[in-house]
Design a protein around this ligand. Sequence first.
Ligand code: NAP
Length: 518
Amino acid sequence: MKTLESYLCGRFVAGTGDGETIVNPATEEPLARVSADGLDRAAALRFARERGGPALRALTFAERGALLKAACDAIVAHRNELLDLAVANGGNTRSDAKFDVDGATFTLSAYAELGAALGATKVIADGDSIPLARSPRFAGQHVRVPRQGVAVHVNAFNFPAWGLAEKAACALLAGVPVVTKPASSSALVAHRIVQILVEKQVLPEGALQLLCGGAGDLLEHLGPQDVVAFTGSAATGMKIRRLESVIRHSVRVNVEADSLNAAVLGPDVEPGTDTWDLFVKDVVRDMTQKAGQKCTAIRRVLVPLAQVDRVREELCDRLSGIVVGNPALDNVRMGPVATAQQLADVREGIDALARDGRLVYGVADLKPAGVPEGKGYFVAPVLIELEHGAEGRTVHEREVFGPCSTLVPYAGTAAEAAELVARGQGGLVSSVYSDDTAFVQDAVLGLAPYHGRLFLGSAKIAEHSPGPGTVLPLLVHGGPGRAGGGEELGGPRGLEFYTQRVALEGARPVLDRIAGRS
Ligand code: NAP
């Protein structure tokens, strides 16, 4: 069986030991083995700092942007192969796989364009020059320069392509080399992407390294110029924050963790209108796309009491049309969850949610299409409903990372919606569907402090919208509290994590020169 090698210190290298078997989650057929035992992670970090960092920092933003464009083109040239791998290893339908792989190239190309726009400079001016004395010659200027360490990227299993690319695009454009670590269970796509980039010699040596397998002692060797960007469970995020190396060296840590994203239907929205249809479509898409394993998926569906019956009816009707099975088949709309452990966690989570309310949609005897009897990590879509006013502790506190959402009736005021959503203690994205501007404004003021992004669905954007579940490179991704407190992407904002802001005081002509104004 194929062994996934890591790419460290300029060569592909296999770990020792038996490691872990990576399987197709629809058929449980083994695909590859992965082990990082015995690999010298400290040497990889040194290689990044000593070889990759100087090579990247020698380039301007425009030149680094050109590298991202070349990386994007190389991946696009292998798109079909990567989609096939994502279907086999990720349980993705072809449409799910495109969401991941095309999301990766879209993000790389957005940051390539940003590099071109920043131009032939190595320093980012942060604001205007600031007069510091009566004389106009003495001034202050904030600038941003690349950190001289390594960016360690630890990714979750659900977006092996996009997760790698969205983090690497920001770090590489900022001038910081990357060691990327995909989740072991779905590492095939990330591994192939790095192989492609190495084959095409797209990046300078040491700019991008890959660790396939467990993190081991990787993060214990971090130093004061290094950063860690982590996506995954809150529990692992907490472990990383507590590491001695992180605390001792004040290592910057960005955590993207759990999120109980909510969709709020406004009281003005009538069945059959564009806004209503957008809302129903987005809820069903988020429940079923990637089998609900999206950090941005709608978990809580807030519906005014007067509309609950109709919303339930429409959601159940649409969910009953979802064909669950082997995602390699064209007619299948939803594949399995990623691993046996995920299946156990999702089933247990659904039971816990159902104890808060009642199950209003589920399939008792699921027979996934095109799958050998008894094989695969399948779970049917599940809709649960709370009573109005019920405490719903699990609903508001536990992220069940699968095809499951809960209807939460509310009385129809923005204040009640905001109070219910805030019980999630911080999320990545929530959405408000309404054509009543006053309601939207009140809801935004209530929801905004708890989120990194708010999606405002209305009739005016219904035709153009990819929905709240799609992370866009020019908008920030992350959220406070439970969501990890992190922030990624957001166009130029995405570079901040990888750069050091420094305040310069001196003669204005010198500052202008450094800031690239003359
Ligand atoms: P996880 O178990 O925390 O694993 C995430 C990553 O961390 C994997 O690469 C894993 O490697 C690695 N890891 C595990 N223990 C580690 C340690 N002690 N030190 C360093 N790295 C370690 O999470 P998951 O089950 O893969 O992902 C599901 C969770 O991710 C969900 O809760 C979801 O909400 C969250 N998520 C959030 C976002 C976001 O953007 N906010 C996006 C996607 C997913 P191995 O695979 O080798 O164990």
